[in-house]
Ligand binder design. Structure first.
Ligand code: MG
Length: 179
């Protein structure tokens, strides 16, 4: 079992679509960024990478690389999921808190939850989407996301046996030897 944590923030900007958790939300402003500025997917990506100690989003997709200009953040998330699989884990659950003044997230939370679950290959009840307004923080022109993830062993065939299964195998071999 592994735990991961991710955080991200993006500034609101006119003239770009607002994408949060892979869902386009109707709003006068979107989030500025080198990619599509999806603050939630970026924080989930970092949380997944952190859980398997595989670096961070910037080490795979440097903002200095023109290749990632306007990129769909789903690409970043898919790379993190690949790293999770390579390390022998799968997503147990994800919890998140969005902090933004506008728009209201609650009416859209179910849609975001369903899309994030779909992207992660888990059920909706394994994805927590919470939102708060930035009271007293002075960050009304930004969207912030905090994310925690729990990974479980994928139990892949061919993976190294754990101590107890090794012990069981030895017992079976001993027993067979006596028969
Ligand atoms: Mg970001």
């Amino acid at each position: 079992m592994r735990i991961g944590y991710g955080w991200d923030s993006h500034e609101f900007k006119s003239g770009v679509p607002l994408k949060i958790g892979g869902v386009e939300l109707a709003h006068a402003k979107g989030l500025a960024g080198h990619s599509d500025g999806d603050v939630l997917l970026h924080a989930i990506t970092d949380a997944l990478l952190g859980a398997v100690a595989a670096g961070d989003i910037g080490s795979y997709f440097p903002p200095t690389d023109p290749k990632w200009k306007g990129a769909d953040s789903v690409i970043f998330l898919e790379e993190a999921l690949k790293q999770v699989r390579l390390a022998g884990y799968k997503v147990g659950n994800v919890d998140s808190t969005l902090i933004l003044a506008e728009p209201k997230i609650v009416p859209q939370a179910k849609k975001i939850q369903a899309r994030v679950a779909e992207l992660l290959g888990v059920k909706a009840n394994q994805v927590g989407i919470k939102a708060k307004t930035p009271e007293g923080m002075g960050t009304d022109n930004a969207a912030i996301a905090h994310v925690a993830v729990l990974l479980e062993g994928a139990g892949k065939v061919g993976s190294a046996p754990n101590k107890s299964s090794r012990a069981k195998k030895q017992k079976t071999l001993k027993r067979r030897g006596r028969e």
